[in-house]
Design a binder for this molecule. Sequence first.
Ligand SMILES: [Zn+2]
Length: 312
Amino acid sequence: MLTSKLEVLVDFGENPDQQILEKTLNELKSQDGVVEAVFKNGALMVETSLPSTNILNLVSNTSGKRAVLQGFGETQSAVCMISNQICCPSKVMGVIRFQQTAEGPMVADGSIDGLASGLHGLHVHDVGDLSQGCESIGDHYNPRGSPHGGPEDPEDHRHAGDLGNIVADETGRATFRIVDNVLKVWDIIGRSVAVTEQRDDLGQGSSPTSKIDGDSGKPIACGIIARSAGIFQNPKRICACDGVVVWDERDRPLAGKGRRVEKSCCKKEESGERRGRGAPLGPRAPARPGAVRRARLASAPPRRRAAPARWV
Ligand SMILES: [Zn+2]
């Protein structure tokens, strides 16, 4: 059983209630797929082959306290925040963590919200260029020049970046833990990951694009893979661009109505939407300074000259 070590921060306060702590540890140890669970340096250290999201839910439900993942993996780790890179908040958002195991395989552990229920392709792409959103991340990462395939195929019958499909449930959430024998964490840092609108046929279909991208359609959300902290290496909160603090993060969906967005990097797009009087943002278009003001002048009587528009 290939396991990962998780550092789980639990909102116990100054002094953890020993009864609750014991109950939580015992519940963790009773799970198939949990090898070890101890309380160390103010956090739960869990060694497991289960998806981290399942462990967080179990800890929260047993202790009645909020729990967040503070560290993942002991050695080489990486993380990728997934979104559509155009709208903020993005409809599809998620986090994927990567861990290089000492045994050789790489683990991709993640949770993505806002998907249509069913199968969606997941791929590592060649470059971490988001200048055109998910359209500029290149093809599937393919250092051997192989045709598209599935994660179980040998190296010369798959792109290295072919991670197969993830499954979204009826709420639109996909929770997964993929063990891959081809990719290494040090090879993918700086590249990107994308989730596609359709299922990946793993190169087995009759469509002309089957051997290229598994006929999986366009990437609908993506992100750059960055080096990250392992267990006991990260004293900071997760930055999710909206100022949500570490404990609040656990209570909010990654996307959708429950996600608070204010005073952040999202503000540009919010104010742009207001000035556009509700016009859909759509794909990014080159800025046309003064375009909105000209449109107003064309439809309204002359009025006092307003101060120049500027981003706030
Ligand atoms: Zn591929």
